[in-house]
Design a protein around this ligand. Sequence first.
Ligand SMILES: CC(C)(COP(=O)(O)OP(=O)(O)OC[C@H]1O[C@@H](n2cnc3c(N)ncnc32)[C@H](O)[C@@H]1OP(=O)(O)O)[C@@H](O)C(=O)NCCC(=O)NCCS
Length: 223
Amino acid sequence: MAGMNTDAGPGPLAALVRLLRRAGRRVARDASGLAGRLVLWSEGAALGAGVRVWGVPVVSRAKGSHIAIGARAVLCSRSADTALGVAHAVVLRTLDAGAVLEIGADTGLSGTTVCAAVAVRIGARCRFGADALVADTDFHPLAPSRRHPQEDLAAIGRAAVTIGDDVFVGARACILKGVQVGDGAVIGCGAVVTHDVPAGAIVAGNPARVVGRVPGSGAGGAP
Ligand SMILES: CC(C)(COP(=O)(O)OP(=O)(O)OC[C@H]1O[C@@H](n2cnc3c(N)ncnc32)[C@H](O)[C@@H]1OP(=O)(O)O)[C@@H](O)C(=O)NCCC(=O)NCCS
């Protein structure tokens, strides 16, 4: 509107409301984090020192399987606490006896789903963008006759997934069974990763293809 000073900052009342909102958000984050820790503890997940839990993750551990979260890792299940927001809580599941789900020290997950029927091992200092997904199983047999009337568990495709250290996984990327991701690799937003990713490579698309190298990563090594 002509003559209106649109650059004027919010008044003192708005500033006070913002302050209260920030304080409320922190209280809500800490309270939900406590509930989240209880979920992890009650499922028997092993937590390293200083793990931060923001919001309540969905966790289920099959009998005789193992979930371990490294020191100072961050599990963020709340849109208020991450720039992109999350469509759902962090989901961590082991699906079978003997399965292993490991998350390395200082790794951060935002609304990320990790399901291990065999083994999913994620290294240290990784960053997982909002709603990324890692699974080492197809969950159902491919042949209809093996799905109905009863699922033939032996016919389900499964293979361990390993993700190295310092890997950056873009929002809504999917890393599927049998994949090994090398140290320092970058997975583009929305990528569907079906084959191994070399250390220091940037991959993107569906199916994911190498589109570049991480600066400073050299020809074949990690950065
Ligand atoms: C993967 C990414 C890091 C690559 O960035 P970059 O190195 O600057 O790559 P460029 O933009 O130069 O793209 C290189 C090529 O890959 C393609 N590409 C890049 N990202 C892509 C994606 N997510 N899906 C499909 N193709 C992609 C580009 O179109 C380009 O192809 P072209 O050479 O045929 O034109 C970036 O594109 C990306 O996905 N960033 C989002 C990360 C994210 O989700 N962050 C949120 C975390 S909370």
